[in-house]
Design a protein around this ligand. Structure first.
Ligand SMILES: CC(C)(COP(=O)(O)OP(=O)(O)OC[C@H]1O[C@@H](n2cnc3c(N)ncnc32)[C@H](O)[C@@H]1OP(=O)(O)O)[C@@H](O)C(=O)NCCC(=O)NCCS
Length: 192
């Protein structure tokens, strides 16, 4: 992907990194901290999902019956689900993702999203890398799984970039944008 020009970098990313150019921003990534998701950010998160296509790419068929702040807060109460976020220095949501416990050895990353105006600057990889570190340090899981759609090129590149490998492809398994898309299953093996 082509590097974006400095003047294109969203103000939020300059604020979080306290830096003046793209390369310097990448070298200061340690400023990105992972927090437990705060439900007060639900309206902001849901504002990123504007169309049924956005919903399909982000959450698959999880919210087929509809999505609202109330439905989402009930979703967050699931016992198997841990939601994490990154925020900027003004406490605006930058990144959201879930770690779903499948078994003692296996968890799944779900519903990962970066704020729309902050996409394409490396934050997705930074956030997913931090989720992996969290799994390694806190959970004792041996494997992380995730599903994404074959046409979600940004997500595929993001997950591959932090070490996920493709393990299977379910052909024409999900209808998004009026097109039946393949579901790509990926995994990350946690090194002990
Ligand atoms: C998928 C998503 C989380 C990626 O986050 P991001 O901050 O945009 O990604 P990054 O900037 O870290 O880029 C990661 C990789 O994707 C590539 N990429 C980014 N946007 C891209 C695009 N629109 N098309 C193709 N590749 C793209 C980057 O070049 C980079 O690859 P590289 O390491 O080979 O250079 C983000 O785009 C998003 O929130 N999408 C909407 C919700 C969604 O689809 N979630 C995934 C659910 S499975």
């Amino acid at each position: 992907m082509e590097l974006k020009k400095i003047q294109d970098i969203p103000h939020c990313l300059n604020r979080i990194c306290f830096c003046s150019d793209y390369l310097e921003m990448n070298s200061l990534n340690h400023n990105h901290r992972l927090f437990a998701f705060d439900n007060r950010h639900i309206p902001e998160l849901l504002s990123w999902i504007k169309t049924t296509s956005d919903l399909g790419y982000w959450a698959g068929n999880t919210f087929e019956e509809g999505l609202s702040p109330l439905i989402f807060s009930r979703h967050l109460a699931r016992k198997d689900l841990t939601a994490r976020m990154m925020v900027d220095t003004e406490n605006r949501l930058l990144a959201y993702g879930e770690i779903v416990k499948m078994s003692s050895r296996l968890c799944s990353f779900c519903r990962i999203a970066i704020r729309p105006d902050a996409r394409g600057y490396g934050l997705g990889k930074k956030f997913c890398g931090s989720l992996i570190e969290w799994v390694k340090s806190a959970q004792g899981h041996e494997e992380v799984m995730l599903n994404t759609l074959s046409s979600n090129h940004a997500a595929l590149a993001c997950y591959t970039g932090v070490g996920f490998k493709m393990i299977s492809r379910k052909k024409k398994a999900r209808l998004v944008d009026g097109i039946k898309q393949d579901i790509m299953k990926m995994n990350y093996l946690v090194r002990k």
